[in-house]
Design a protein around this ligand. Structure first.
Ligand SMILES: Cc1cc2nc3c(=O)[nH]c(=O)nc-3n(C[C@H](O)[C@H](O)[C@H](O)COP(=O)(O)OP(=O)(O)OC[C@H]3O[C@@H](n4cnc5c(N)ncnc54)[C@H](O)[C@@H]3O)c2cc1C
Length: 238
């Protein structure tokens, strides 16, 4: 797999990725608990043992756990991310039930009218119904796409202006409208998400978020995630 270069916005001590590279999408790790050491201590509690620091033997243990689907030691930790992504990406994302979610409500607040406009178009794969390929520019396609967005935005604002409630007015917004949510999960669940969403069959627009998630969590679980990458033949840094 090839690495994608993210536009990185560095705030004081925060790293916010822009996975779709449009200046609107964002992905930030806002909280993390646990470490590689917690994984081995969870596994070794079976023998009543606990260590204060990681040893080379522990690396082999983590590898063994991953190879044999001994997954529960990977659940004593937690990540929380703040994500801004198009509704159709988030719809795929939230199918992952082993996680917790809270999302902005366009019943409570007016939608900011931010839309995802792809920088390239891809062709529909004729053999694989869920795949697309290539990257091309087409100004007619782009014009039509943008016209639709502008029209939807105009009608949305008109409905709000006429007093229609936000929860009904949002019905005219397209699925490329941006939404924002908090995603919390443990490493076991995240590795499952990454396995499915880094796969070439996953849609490009969610794949780049998966790449961003991996980039953000790698420094916190370097041993477990490097072993997991090897096992799953994933190397985004090549
Ligand atoms: C490339 C791709 C294409 C897809 N296409 C479609 C599509 O066309 N239509 C569609 O509807 N979905 C589609 N999906 C979504 C897919 O079916 C899963 O819902 C999604 O990937 C979440 O996976 P999961 O259920 O394993 O994860 P999670 O919901 O996080 O669950 C993790 C694991 O927990 C266990 N688990 C969770 N809930 C249950 C349960 N109720 N019963 C038993 N075990 C459970 C399972 O072992 C599961 O693997 C697609 C996913 C991918 C990656």
């Amino acid at each position: 797999m090839q690495i994608k270069f993210f536009e990185e916005k560095k705030f004081v001590d925060r790293l916010v990725l822009d996975p779709l590279g449009d200046g609107i999408s964002s992905l930030e790790l806002i909280r993390v608990s646990g470490s590689d050491l917690d994984i081995v201590n969870a596994a070794r509690v079976s023998f009543g043992k606990m260590a204060d620091e990681i040893s080379p033997k522990d690396e082999s243990l983590i590898k063994y756990l991953l190879e044999h689907d001994h997954t529960s030691p990977f659940e004593h930790n937690q990540f929380s991310f703040r994500v801004k992504a198009p509704i159709y990406v988030v719809r795929q994302w939230m199918r992952h039930r082993m996680a917790s979610y809270n999302e902005i409500s366009y019943r409570y607040v007016q939608a900011p009218l931010e839309f995802y406009v792809p920088s390239n178009w891809r062709w529909q794969d004729k053999d694989n119904k869920q795949s697309s390929f290539g990257a091309y520019k087409d100004s007619d396609v782009l014009d039509g796409y943008k016209k639709t967005l502008n029209f939807a935005a105009k009608i949305y604002l008109e409905l709000i202006e006429k007093g229609v409630c936000r929860e009904q007015a949002r019905g005219v917004l397209p699925v490329c409208t941006y939404t924002e949510f908090i995603y919390s999960c443990n490493l076991h669940s995240l590795m499952h998400f990454l396995k499915l969403r880094l796969h070439p069959h996953a849609q490009y627009e969610i794949r780049v978020f998966a790449e961003g998630l991996l980039k953000l969590v790698l420094p916190h679980f370097p041993i477990a995630l490097r072993e997991w990458e090897k096992l799953n033949n994933i190397n985004l840094r090549n």
